[in-house]
Design a protein. Sequence first.
Length: 204
Amino acid sequence: MTEPLNDADELALLKGGDQAAFARLVKAHHRALLALARPIVGESEAVEVVQTAWIKAHAALKDFEGRAALRSWLSRIVINEARMMLRQRKREVFLEDLQPEGAEPFADRFRGNGHWGAPPVNWHADSPDSLLTREELADCLSALLDSLPSNQRALLELRDSDGLPFDEVCNMLGISASNARVLLHRARARLFALVDHFEETGEC
């Protein structure tokens, strides 16, 4: 039985131009890259952006030094392609679309002393993980992610889903750390509120 390849072996194959290895790379990351591009350029253009990014990544793999994770490197290429498309079409993405000044997503959940005013309901699933496996909630979460502003969606994808370092995410998106913290907090707050509401009502 053939031993599975480790990351170093796989990277060596990729840098050597192995097409099967590249096909595995595409299979592993294509959907996540589409999800990253979609909120920036829109549904129809996301496919074009990612396809162009794959072409550029294929050409550049031989020079990839492995200083960053492959997903991080690919994500940076996708974001650059998305920004280039927006510039070419004279469109603008606002990376600072915050809620009104002073708005706080959890403000109505706490009393002045910092204690819960409206505590989260008790999950009746065995754990949050098992709750998230519900098909209905998964559909609600998917719809919420699609509705998030592009900056919030990108932060969730890169920081929470991909686990990239916070500073690296800020650099990739071209936003300040303070702005990113606010945006990420608000995106997580919306996810929290959705799960809370779903558990209480069974609806989105």
